[in-house]
Design a protein around this ligand. Structure first.
Ligand SMILES: Cc1cc2nc3c(=O)[nH]c(=O)nc-3n(C[C@H](O)[C@H](O)[C@H](O)COP(=O)(O)OP(=O)(O)OC[C@H]3O[C@@H](n4cnc5c(N)ncnc54)[C@H](O)[C@@H]3O)c2cc1C
Length: 403
């Protein structure tokens, strides 16, 4: 009997734990080490921050889900690895430190925002790296919306995270425009490069920019933030951008504590270096995937830090680990990008398809965005549960009285 310890129950880790838990059927032990009690799908964190997230239907309790899907949830955060003893060191919610042995270890702890050591960013900006930060953001935004004055929110970074957050906040603010007691928000979306969604096809950037303008988001391109303080931000050319709330959503890196953990190789963004099989370069018993891993492809490119890539790598690693425990060889993970969908509010999305040759937009594409979340739910909980959740959501939308 082998013990597989998976650290991190996000887009990659939870799918892996569910797939393995169901396939090993109790013959091997699958343990998911995760600090949170509930799983939230990270691409929806901006909805939590904007107060539009459905807490009843779109979360999952690791403890009960694990019992149904053949893995054990161990609520703790990994802090270190003792490779020579095949153990990880964890910090438990009661403040105690513990160790956990493994035969195979998978690290899927995701990434955090990269503030690029910008002065004051850590102290004066909100981040959307954890559900707690997203909930805390909503507390602050909710109070701001009730203040009944002209208010400003700065968001740094017009990648998917910053853009989706700006659009969601603009929609929430727009809905409150009839309310004389609600604040009137100015939302500044600040981007250092010359277009929003800088890593996407130009046409997608253009369409997204146009939509943001319709939502009255103030998009500021070619604007680099040099420092942040309590009052606002200062750009590299000395302009001051005052704000009541400031978000940092530019760039990602793996957390600093992951760098060279247990003597493993990592890159400049602290991501663990793995082979194409997802095994780490220096230890065949330790694997990594998702945003915290640097995964090479045969053509020299790297797998992008995207939910879709995390999900596909999880499916591949589940097969690889099952095979490995039966004495089979590992196979390389070949990533085929299925395009990208970015939600701009609750009824509009833009997507690229067919190797970026086709750009789609509109209400139907927004449904496609939801489909990506549904596919995650299907992998994690099965087709039957996913279908029931869709029906429950539809009924809730129809019958819930609007407030
Ligand atoms: C607001 C927002 C919008 C986004 N929109 C999109 C989008 O439209 N499309 C897209 O493809 N991607 C999007 N992303 C990126 C996407 O969410 C990530 O690429 C994806 O979640 C990465 O999956 P992961 O499993 O590597 O990490 P995560 O999903 O971040 O999961 C990591 C897990 O590890 C846990 N963890 C962390 N540290 C420890 C520890 N020390 N011990 C134990 N557990 C730990 C965390 O609690 C978390 O559950 C968005 C991200 C954000 C924040």
């Amino acid at each position: 009997m082998s013990r597989v310890v998976i650290v991190g129950g996000g887009a990659a880790g939870l799918e892996l734990a569910s797939l393995l838990g169901r396939s090993v059927n109790g013959q091997d032990e699958i343990i998911l080490v995760e600090g949170e009690t509930h799983h939230y799908w990270k691409p929806r964190f901006h909805e939590i921050a904007a107060g539009t997230f459905d807490n009843d239907l779109d979360t999952l309790c690791y403890f009960s889900h694990g019992a149904k899907n053949g893995y054990r949830h161990f609520q703790a955060r990994m802090t270190d690895i003792k490779r020579e003893d095949k153990q990880i060191i964890v910090y438990k919610p009661n403040g105690e430190t513990d160790t956990l042995s493994y035969d195979y270890l998978v690290i899927a702890i995701g990434a955090i925002s990269n503030d690029f050591a910008t002065k004051g960013a850590l102290d004066h900006c909100l981040f959307l790296d954890t559900p707690e930060q997203a909930r805390d953001s909503w507390q602050q935004i909710s109070a701001l919306l009730r203040s009944g004055e002209k208010r400003t929110i700065n968001i740094v970074g017009a990648g998917a995270t910053g853009l989706e957050l700006a659009a969601e906040l603009a929609k929430v603010s727009g809905k409150l425009s009839q309310n004389p007691h609600a604040a009137r928000l100015t939302i500044n979306l600040i981007e250092a490069s010359d277009r929003v969604l800088p890593n996407s096809p130009i046409e997608m950037s253009k369409q997204a920019h146009k939509k943001l303008e319709q939502y009255q988001v103030n998009v500021m391109l070619n604007t680099r933030i040099a420092s942040v303080d309590q009052q606002g931000m200062t750009t590299s050319d000395g302009q001051t951008l005052n704000a009541d709330i400031q978000f940092w959503a530019a760039g990602i890196k793996a957390p600093n504590w992951l760098k060279n953990i247990g003597g493993l190789e990592s890159n400049q963004a602290n991501q663990l270096m793995v082979q194409q099989t997802l095994a780490t370069t220096l230890d065949p018993n330790i694997f990594s995937l998702g945003d915290c891993a640097s995964i090479p492809q045969g053509d020299g490119t790297m797998v992008p830090p995207k939910a879709q890539a995390a999900n596909r790598a999880a499916v591949h690693l589940a097969k690889n680990l099952t095979g490995l425990m039966q004495g089979k060889e590992l196979t390389p993970f070949i990533y085929k990008d299925g395009g990208m969908v970015v939600a701009i509010g609750h009824d509009f999305a833009i997507s690229t398809m067919m190797n970026d040759r086709l750009i789609l937009k509109g209400r139907l594409v927004r449904r496609l965005y939801d489909t990506i979340f549904r596919l995650h739910q299907k992998t994690v909980s099965g087709l039957f549960t996913m279908s029931r959740l869709i029906i429950a959501k539809r009924l809730k939308c129809i019958f819930q009285p609007s407030s």
